[in-house]
Design a protein around this ligand. Structure first.
Ligand SMILES: [Zn+2]
Length: 185
């Protein structure tokens, strides 16, 4: 495991950090005060909101991956719960107010250049607001599950959408019907 090169000096006493082995991880450590720089993924939260079976997505304005689409989601603020973060990000990015209806899944994100992430994804239903893209979005709109945009910004969002599609009632109904039609398969 390589040491985090982004921090050279101790944030507590400004001594130059040195790599030190810690249970198999090389961590930037302060030889003077003992501070250890732990590098952890950042939790993010987001929502799947449907309208008539279509899923709400946001087109990104800023890097990383401007112009690509993603589910409404963002990094948690310090002191915020995952649920409040999900509802806040939705409101900021789309104008839509929603109520969470359940936890959909948790996904590891390895392809965001800002940080590795843990995406906590909820299902939610709209309770108000007006669909208007926020400052960091070029567009916000609903897509049919069978016709999602080709450019989706992050692998975790692609996997979540694939999982959601696989579990959606229409597909489940079709699978049940197939099983009934072909009991041996
Ligand atoms: Zn120090």
């Amino acid at each position: 495991m390589s040491m985090d090169r982004r921090f050279r000096f101790c944030p507590r006493c400004a001594t130059e950090l040195v790599p030190q082995d810690d249970h198999g991880h090389r961590r930037a450590t302060c030889p003077r005060c003992g501070y250890v720089h732990y590098r952890n993924p950042v939790p993010a939260a987001g929502v799947i909101v449907l309208r008539g079976g279509d899923v709400l997505m946001v087109k990104r304005r800023f890097a990383p991956r401007p112009g690509a689409w993603c589910l409404p989601a963002g990094f948690m603020e310090y002191g915020e719960t995952p649920g409040r973060c999900a509802v806040r990000e939705l409101r900021e990015e789309t104008g839509v107010r929603a109520r969470l209806t359940g936890l959909f899944g948790v996904y590891a994100g390895f392809d965001d250049p800002r940080s590795r992430a843990v995406l906590i994804l909820y299902t939610a239903e709209r309770v108000g607001g007006r669909l208007v893209p926020g400052d960091d979005a070029v567009a916000a709109r609903y897509f049919p599950l069978g016709a999602l945009p080709r450019a989706i910004a992050f692998a975790a969002h692609r996997r979540a959408l694939a999982d959601f599609r696989a579990r959606s009632p229409a597909r489940t109904a079709n699978r049940r019907k197939n099983e009934l039609d072909n009991p041996s398969s």
